[in-house]
Design a protein around this ligand. Structure first.
Ligand SMILES: Cc1ncc(COP(=O)(O)O)c(C=O)c1O
Length: 359
């Protein structure tokens, strides 16, 4: 019998694998993980209790329609239930959006560098990625992105704030861009880090979606709400898009634990957003510290900072690791460092200071 492997789709060849942030080394003297933009705070006691109570019934499938969570979100954002869709993290919802809009011959536009899942999920669908370089200041070049639209464009990601640079696009420029996008092209405003924004000029995507049927807002419980391990995200979009998301969802993709935790987190929002406030203070301290050391740091509105280190990127990441903090290097470009516990941020600042002197 001849040994041939099962035929796989040609589109899968050459797909970059998603690189998760490296975990902190176990057993080291101190080990802080600043590589995945996670929330460093442990779950709130109330959220933990809710999840623990839900554990006893995991022999059952979850509520496939996420009814309780959908009701909570509908009220919280003032949007109809038919405009909501949930998924296994917002990356799951992003993949559903691509599946719903784009296939071979279609184009998906996004800034580069941006969230590393965009090229992966685009390529899986067989669509073509159109990457538009960030400006010299590491910000989305919305004019160039609008210029890149062709009749094959189906979807455009605008990551605001942008991962990994933390930079934002503001209201006037975003509205001008949206005015230029044809109404049959879907614009996905990926707002995974929305709660960390303090710049009043950055619009809330939900405001923009209300009057624009081709705008979809992506949000997650993974970052500010601290539920990264439970995998729940959602989209707010007008009906045809939200309905398509329900069609492309993996059945029962959001576990009951995740649903209960998300509801409990929305109800504990004041306390959670207080923690976000502390992280924002830490972020400002880290940025000021780096600038005082002489680094050029793009203005970040997220829970991470970006250091453009070019050829020194990997060395810098290794130096951080030696001192007990794990950061996220993008070889040849720069490192993204999550704002974590004050002790972890202090170690990072110290390594940065030493490194700066050597440059
Ligand atoms: C910009 C952006 N969007 C979406 C996600 C996906 O997050 P999750 O799938 O945990 O909701 C991330 C995670 O890092 C992100 O940085």
């Amino acid at each position: 019998m001849s040994e041939t492997s099962p035929k796989l789709r040609a589109e899968l060849e050459g797909i970059p694998t998603y690189k998760p942030g490296k975990p902190a080394a176990a057993g080291g003297p101190v080990a802080y993980k600043l590589s995945s933009n996670e929330n460093p705070y442990p779950p709130l006691p109330g959220v933990l209790e809710t999840v623990t109570a839900a554990v006893s019934s995991f022999n059952r499938y979850p509520d496939m329609a996420c009814t309780g969570l959908m009701n909570e979100l509908s009220e919280r954002f003032g949007v109809p239930l038919s405009h909501l869709a949930t998924g296994t993290g917002s990356v799951g919802v992003a993949q559903q959006l691509i599946q719903a809009t784009s296939g071979p011959g279609d184009e998906v536009i996004y800034a580069w560098r941006s969230f590393e899942a965009y090229p992966i999920i685009t390529q899986i669908s067989g669509a073509t990625s159109v990457r538009v370089p960030l400006t010299a200041g590491d910000v989305h070049d919305l004019d160039a992105m609008a210029d890149a639209i062709t009749e094959r464009t189906r979807l455009i990601f605008v990551c605001n704030p942008n991962n990994p640079t933390g930079t934002v696009v503001r209201r006037a420029e975003l509205e001008r861009f949206l005015d230029r996008v044809p109404s049959d092209v879907l614009v996905v405003l990926d707002e995974a880090y929305r709660e960390f924004i303090r710049d009043p000029e950055v619009p809330d995507g939900v405001e923009l979606y209300r009057t624009r049927p081709n705008v979809c807002v992506l949000r997650t419980f993974s970052k500010a709400y601290g539920l990264a391990g439970l995998r729940v995200g959602f989209a707010i979009a007008h009906e045809p898009v939200a309905a398509a998301l329900r069609k492309t969802a993996v059945p029962f993709g959001v576990s009951q634990l995740a649903q209960e935790a998300a509801i409990a987190s929305l109800r504990a929002e004041d306390e959670l957003l207080g923690r976000v406030g502390s992280l924002v203070c830490e972020r400002n301290r880290v940025v000021e510290g780096l600038r005082a050391q002489g680094w050029t740091v793009p203005e970040t509105q997220a829970n991470f900072v970006w250091l453009r280190l070019g050829e020194r990127t990997v060395d810098f990441a290794a130096a951080c690791e030696q001192h007990g903090v794990v950061v996220r290097p993008f070889a040849g470009e720069g490192v993204r460092v999550t704002v974590g516990e004050a002790e972890a941020n202090d170690i990072f600042l110290k390594v940065a200071e030493g490194f700066r002197k050597e440059l």
